[in-house]
Ligand binder design. Structure first.
Ligand SMILES: Cc1ncc(COP(=O)(O)O)c(C=O)c1O
Length: 420
């Protein structure tokens, strides 16, 4: 099966309908930016340069886990700035050791490598997968199997691993060694697997999101994941979870793999880990601890400042009360979104998601795209994101409260009512 995009004429591939830069800018045009200058934040709220206050259901795209200007992060980071900002990974870094310990003692992982972003974490995972293929499966040119509609980042290897052609266009030749199957479809996976493994081992790893994010907020099917887990275990293929968007409490569990009821050999983190500060991580079980000194590195990866931010986030989120809040607010949001979907049956097809990662689905066959509702929501002082052209994505701070969740639902309802 070839990778193809479903075209929606007016939605455009990225960005927002009708928005264009309002003033000349020295920035490259990689984003179609909304003409809104955000200058201040507190919790789930943001203020623009005119003093208008917005409810933020984007949270830096699932990143500001504890909301904006969180006091605990502020205190911890001021202290850290005064103590030590950056030293090379040539030395031992206490905050990095502490964070790694927190992660491994609360997950299926045994060892951690720190970097600065999701794409970097996945790059590390891809290198690790190839090494595993070479040394543990005796493969000359290892393959990584990935899903259609996946998203793994914007570096050359991670766009190549991404099962959406819109991210490839113009950047060919892609990095070789990736093949695609249909998410949640074991038949599709197994057919591909058998085909490429027909005469000799060729698959080094399966790279997959426990819930597809950018592809449209698609939760994984437990049975599908169990079958893949069993096959990977049997054949010594690495199962790698991209938890860049799902990890660190987003779904109501600390890790997205808990939703699939299986454990990966390797998983990656970024986004919510630093609560708005740049940090990514590759986490491996013992048998996948394959890098030797010099084989992988990062100048800034795991610096004391980013690790302190992540430690603060970890200590806040890894509490029954916080995880319960994510589940309860997620349920409240989901109920509200289902109600909206029922109120506008000609426009919406229900809701998908887990915890505080929810998507309202626009009917495929109608001429309406997420960006139109996102624009309309701006007038209601609500910030929303999209996941593809037909899913309105809500990934607010994990600390959102009942009143704010109610506001989110009501403002979204008003935005839809006034637009359609
Ligand atoms: C699942 C997933 N993987 C990787 C990435 C890339 O992360 P980053 O933008 O930090 O490189 C993203 C970003 O949206 C993501 O959602």
């Amino acid at each position: 099966m070839e990778l193809v995009d479903a075209p929606h004429s007016k939605c455009g591939t990225f960005g927002f309908v009708g928005s264009s830069p309002t003033a000349p800018t020295a920035l490259m045009g990689t984003y179609k930016r909304i003409p809104l200058k955000l200058v201040r934040g507190k919790g789930c709220w943001l203020w623009d340069d005119k003093g208008d206050k917005y409810l933020d259901a984007v949270a830096g795209i699932a990143t500001c886990s504890l909301g904006h200007s969180n006091k605990k992060i502020e205190r911890a980071l001021i202290k850290q700035l005064r103590k030590l900002q950056h030293v090379s990974n040539l030395y031992q870094i206490q905050e990095q050791e502490e964070l790694a310990k927190c992660i491994v003692s609360n997950s299926c992982g045994d060892k951690v490598f720190f970097c600065n972003s999701g794409a970097e974490a996945n790059e590390a995972a891809i290198k690790l997968a190839r090494k595993h293929g070479h040394i543990n499966r005796g493969i000359d040119r290892p393959l990584i199997l990935s899903a259609y509609s996946s998203f793994h980042g914007r570096t050359l290897a991670t766009i190549s691993a991404t099962g959406q052609p819109k991210y490839h266009k113009g950047f060919e030749p892609l990095v070789e060694g990736f093949k695609f199957f249909e998410y949640n479809n074991f038949e599709s996976f197994y057919q591909l697997y058998q085909k490429v493994e027909a005469s000799q081992p060729r698959v080094a790893a399966v790279l997959i999101e426990p819930i597809q994010g950018e592809g449209g907020i698609i939760p994984g099917n437990q049975n599908f994941f169990k079958k893949i887990r069993d096959l990977c275990t049997k054949d010594n293929v690495l199962l790698i979870f991209d938890e860049v968007q799902t990890g660190m409490g987003r779904t109501g569990n600390l890790w997205g793999y808990q939703e699939n009821n299986i454990e990966p050999d390797v998983f990656t983190l970024a986004k919510g880990l630093g609560g708005g500060h740049a940090i990514g991580a590759l986490i491996v079980q013992k048998h996948a601890d394959l890098f030797s000194p010099g084989e992988h590195a990062s100048t800034f990866g795991g610096n004391p400042f980013a690790c302190k931010a992540a430690l603060t986030v970890f200590n806040e989120i890894n509490r029954p009360k916080s995880l319960r809040n994510i589940i309860n607010r997620g349920e409240q949001l989901r109920t509200g979104l289902l109600e909206i979907s029922r109120l506008f049956p000609n426009h919406f097809d229900g809701v998908r998601g887990l915890g505080l990662m929810q998507g309202l689905l626009i009917k495929k066959e109608i001429d309406l795209c997420a960006s139109e509702i996102i624009n309309s929501a701006l007038k209601e002082k609500l910030l929303l994101a999209s996941a593809g052209e037909k899913v309105i994505r809500m990934v607010p701070a994990l600390t959102i409260n009942k009143y704010e969740t109610n506001q989110l639902i009501n403002r979204l309802k008003d935005s839809i009512e006034k637009y359609i």
